[in-house]
Design a binder for this molecule. Structure first.
Ligand code: PGA
Length: 260
C-alpha cells in the first residue's frame, strides 16, 4: 500500500534584511509606506521586515495591517543588566518584533562565533520568538571541505536548541560568497543539493520528521528575477533578502512571485 504523504502546506517565508540602511527615519518610513502602498495581501507568504532597531518602534507600532510582521537583525543573549549597547528579546517583543536574525555572516565577520549564535538562538526561542539562524560557507572548494564547514557551523549553532524547541527555528543558508553587491547566488541546482544536505544534518541532530518541519530559507543576491527559481528548484521555504528589500518595487515583486 502506498504510504500517504501528508504534505503540509506551509507559507513561504520572506525576510527583508535592511542591514544598516537607510540613513534617516524619514527614509525608513518612506520605504515602508511605499511598500504598504503596493496593497499586498500575501496568502502564501509570510513577510517579515527587519529594519535597524532604531526604526523598529516607529514602523511596527504604527502598523495595523496584516501583510507584514517585524523582526530584528540581532539581539543579546542576556535578559537584563549591564550590557552597554545591547538590545534584549523583551525590548523587541514590546516593539511587536517577534523574529530575530541570528548569526548573520556580517556579524560573524566581526567576531560572533557559533557559541554566541547558539546562546542567542536559544534565548530567542525560549522567549517564544522565531530565530532565523544564518549559516554559510565563506567559499567553495573542489574537495567538499565547504560541506564540513556548513555541517560544523550548523551543529554548533544549534547546540543549545533541543528537539522540543524546534518549532520556532528557521535556518537561513547564506553562502558568504553570494552576499552583497556584484555577487551571484548559487545555481538553483546547487542550492537544492545544499538544502538536502542541511536536511540530512538536521535529521541526524534531531530526527527526520523534525528535519522536514524546519524551514530552510536562502539568502544572498536574491532579486525579482531569480527568486522564483531559487525557491522552486532550489527547494527552499523562502528567502532572506538584503539589497532588494530596500527597493519597495522590487521587493513587492519578489513577494508577488512567491505568493503565486
Ligand atoms: P543581499 O544580502 O541580498 O544584499 O546579497 C543578503 C543578506 O546578507 O542577508
Amino acid at each position: 500500500m502506498l504510504k500517504k504523504t501528508t504534505k503540509k502546506k506551509t507559507k513561504k517565508i520572506i525576510i527583508a534584511n535592511w542591514k544598516m540602511n537607510p540613513d534617516t527615519m524619514q527614509d525608513a518610513k518612506k520605504i515602508f509606506s511605499d511598500l504598504k502602498n503596493k496593497k499586498l495581501n500575501p496568502k502564501k507568504a509570510k513577510v517579515v521586515i527587519c529594519p535597524p532597531s532604531v526604526y523598529l518602534a516607529e514602523l511596527s507600532m504604527n502598523y495595523r495591517g496584516q501583510a507584514f510582521s517585524f523582526g530584528a537583525q540581532d539581539v543579546f543573549w542576556s535578559d537584563k543588566g549591564e550590557h552597554t549597547g545591547e538590545i534584549s528579546t523583551e525590548m523587541l517583543k514590546n516593539l511587536r518584533a517577534d523574529w530575530v536574525i541570528v548569526g548573520h555572516a556580517e556579524k560573524r565577520a566581526i567576531g560572533e562565533n557559533d557559541q554566541m549564535v547558539a546562546t542567542k538562538a536559544k534565548r530567542v526561542i525560549d522567549e517564544g520568538m522565531k530565530a532565523v539562524v544564518c549559516i554559510g560557507e565563506p567559499h567553495r572548494d573542489d574537495h567538499g571541505q565547504f560541506l564540513r564547514f556548513i555541517e560544523n557551523q550548523l551543529r554548533d549553532s544549534l547546540s543549545l536548541i533541543s528537539k522540543k524547541k524546534t518549532d520556532n527555528l528557521v535556518i537561513a543558508y547564506e553562502p558568504v560568497w553570494a552576499i552583497g553587491k556584484g555577487k551571484k547566488p548559487p545555481t538553483s541546482h546547487e542550492l537544492h543539493q545544499i538544502s538536502l544536505f542541511i536536511k540530512k544534518i538536521l535529521s541526524s541532530i534531531y530526527n527526520r520528521e523534525i528535519a522536514m518541519s524546519i524551514p530552510i530559507i536562502y539568502g544572498g543576491s536574491v532579486d525579482e528575477e531569480n527568486c522564483r527559481e531559487l525557491v522552486d528548484i532550489g527547494n527552499v521555504n523562502g528567502l532572506l533578502v538584503g539589497r532588494a528589500s530596500l527597493n519597495p518595487h522590487i521587493f513587492s515583486n519578489i513577494i508577488k512571485e512567491l505568493d503565486k
